[in-house]
Write a new protein. Structure first.
Length: 136
């Protein structure tokens, strides 16, 4: 007899946030957001440095905010206009659960902008698909 599979999502390393959406049951009381992604996603804003070329062809390096992150990509907000298909480099630290300190997993990533939409705060919301990343 095989053991029953856990209903939880992939494990999160000790000390790291696990604010993730994992409710895939549309009949549950929290059916306003059904998660269909295949990779665990962290929904917690944290700072990141982004380098790339904007829509005017100008190179930039900017500190910004990542709103959510997975092994496959990230969603972030920026005050610069970046075209879909543009390649970006990201440097970020996934925060730990320790209050008052930004310690955690450092990651360098390279990806492609898949979506670029205005966000309510006047910034541009970018969906970036990772081509490659590494833990530093």
């Amino acid at each position: 007899m095989l053991p029953e599979r856990s209903k939880s999502t992939s494990p999160v390393a000790p000390g790291y946030s696990n604010k993730i959406t994992h409710d895939m049951n549309p009949s549950s009381s929290n059916h306003s957001r059904i998660e269909r992604r295949r990779k665990v996603r962290v929904y917690e804003p944290f700072p990141a440095k982004v380098e790339g070329t904007d829509a005017d062809g100008n190179s930039f390096e900017i500190e910004t905010v990542v709103d959510d992150l997975s092994a496959g990509g990230a969603r972030l907000r920026m005050p610069r206009t970046v075209a879909e298909g543009e390649k970006l480099s990201l440097s970020l630290t996934v925060p730990s659960a320790s209050e008052g300190e930004l310690k955690g997993l450092r990651v360098a990533a390279y990806g492609v902008v898949r979506r670029a939409n205005p966000s309510p705060d006047g910034l541009l919301s970018l969906a970036v698909e990772f081509i490659r990343f590494r833990i530093l």
